[in-house]
Design a protein around this ligand. Structure first.
Ligand SMILES: Cc1cc2nc3c(=O)[nH]c(=O)nc-3n(C[C@H](O)[C@H](O)[C@H](O)COP(=O)(O)OP(=O)(O)OC[C@H]3O[C@@H](n4cnc5c(N)ncnc54)[C@H](O)[C@@H]3O)c2cc1C
Length: 435
């Protein structure tokens, strides 16, 4: 019987398990929650989204939209579920976290080929085919075992979580609805800030007490997910070019673009919870309460989820793993998702899918060629096995793709068209392995 052990029932692990089961391969999935918790997960559900509820843009001329289109062509299961659990978010695919995770959990638990065990895996398996997808918050015992396996070489940085509030507790009369440049209807709630309100906020962020994290250095933060106080420390105007950007938004009460804008996005399908977009923070809890009072309409807001900062573990993949993300020291031991060095929800799902295809091919004694370099999925695979000296996890981005000529919009459209053609060709040529 063909069998794979999947360690970690997060985004990468669940996608990998469903892909393997659909190829008639038996899966033993090991997930430590709820027996052992992580600092960021809040439920015992599989495929839980730990922070934002957004899976980003669906526009195929953006990197995340293109990645989604490629994943659709590859038969991605979790994206299919996500589109059934969507909440309004303009051009983005955002989901009701609980409905999404519950649906994935139910699908996995219903599968006759997947057996789920709720225990902590404390050491790497010594043999057999396994996919380790325990993510950025891999438990300490398993992290130690990984370190021993590779004789060092594990890395980390810090990631932050943004604040969410109960929708009923905000005063909407001071807030206007709308999306940037009118694209996406009334999906966002926008809180305009005056020049004074903005500079008071910047001062508050710089002076407010932060949680102490042993060994924390702000230089070790992931650039795409910086705490707001770290952004504020880079200069008075930084937040106006980041999460508080007013571009493309007109305050109906003044008919003008506000000085700065905080956006809120729906996080639950019933509209009961709203996330502060891009407002990751490591302020102490009392300081987070004071922070909300600086935004008109949020003075009485109740926090549904606190901002926080966490250590984020990943492997130095180019040096430790082969180009299938299989350990160079143990045949059949694959690593997938953020632990292997991709960054982001959809990227982790994508890598779970690719690793399942690689593991399925491995069990057949075959080897799946890398996806084409001019697709986002192929480019991410290459990043993980590249030659970069200072390896860092990577989000999907158009800069990973080989250049084309034209202006900015034309270049993106040409790259997207080329990627579609490449993935179709690849699937036609490798049908026997990918099916
Ligand atoms: C705090 C934080 C916030 C983030 N916010 C965002 C965001 O807003 N948007 C975004 O795109 N990306 C975000 N990320 C990055 C990343 O996309 C997610 O972490 C994503 O969930 C990674 O997917 P994964 O499958 O690799 O790991 P996970 O989804 O974390 O899954 C790993 C699973 O393994 C389990 N596990 C861990 N150790 C063991 C063990 N020893 N035995 C058994 N099970 C174990 C965990 O309980 C978990 O269920 C964030 C990361 C962190 C840490």
């Amino acid at each position: 019987m063909r069998r794979v052990t999947v360690i970690g029932g997060g985004l990468a692990g669940c996608e990998a398990a469903l892909q393997l089961a659909s190829r008639n391969i038996h899966v033993r999935m090991i997930e430590m929650r709820p027996a052992v918790e992580t600092p960021a997960h809040r439920t015992s559900l599989l495929a839980e989204l730990v922070c934002s509820n957004s899976l980003k843009s669906t526009d195929p001329v953006t990197a995340s939209g293109l990645l989604k289109a490629e994943l659709k062509a590859l038969g991605c299961r979790l994206l299919e579920t996500a589109s059934r659990c969507a909440v309004p978010a303009g051009h983005a695919l955002a989901v009701d976290r609980e409905i999404f995770a519950s649906e994935v959990t139910a699908t996995i638990e219903r599968s006759a080929l997947i057996e789920v065990e709720r225990v902590e895996q404390t050491a790497l398996p010594a043999d057999g085919c396994a996919i380790v997808s325990t993510g950025p918050l891999t438990s300490d015992s398993l992290s130690n075992s990984i370190e021993e396996h590779f004789e060092g070489g594990r890395l980390y940085f810090y990631d932050a979580i943004s604040i969410s509030v109960e929708a009923e507790s905000i005063d909407e009369s001071l807030i206007f609805r709308g999306s940037r440049y009118g694209k996406g209807g009334d999906d966002y709630l926008n809180i305009p800030l005056t020049e004074k309100g903005y500079s008071d906020l910047v001062r508050f962020l710089l002076e407010a007490p932060k949680t102490e994290k042993r060994g924390f250095e702000s230089g070790m933060c992931f650039e795409a997910c910086l705490p707001v106080e770290v952004i504020a420390s880079r200069g008075e105007e930084s937040l106006r070019y980041g999460p508080l950007k007013p571009r493309g938004l007109t305050d109906p009460s003044t008919g003008k673009e506000p000085h700065a804008v905080l956006q809120l996005r729906q996080e639950k399908r019933d509209g009961s919870m709203l996330g502060l977009v891009g407002f990751q923070t490591r302020l102490t809890r009392p300081a987070q309460k004071k922070l909300l009072k600086m935004f008109p309409g949020l003075e009485g807001a109740k926090i549904a989820r606190w901002g926080a900062i966490h250590r984020n573990t990943y492997l130095d993949s180019p040096r430790l793993l082969d180009d299938r993300q299989m350990s160079a020291r143990q045949e059949g031991l694959f690593f997938a998702g953020q632990l292997a060095g991709v960054e982001g929800y959809v990227e982790s799902i994508a890598h779970g899918l690719l690793t399942a295809l690689n593991a399925a091919a491995y069990l057949e004694g075959k080897r799946l060629p890398l996806l084409p370099a001019d697709t986002i999925t192929g480019a991410l695979q290459r990043h993980l096995s590249g030659t970069e000296r200072d390896f860092q996890p990577m989000n999907a981005n158009m800069g990973l793709l080989p250049p084309v000529r034209g202006n900015r919009r034309e270049r993106k459209a040409k790259k997207a068209e080329r990627a579609f053609a490449s993935i179709d060709r690849y699937l036609a040529e490798n049908r026997t392995i990918t099916d």
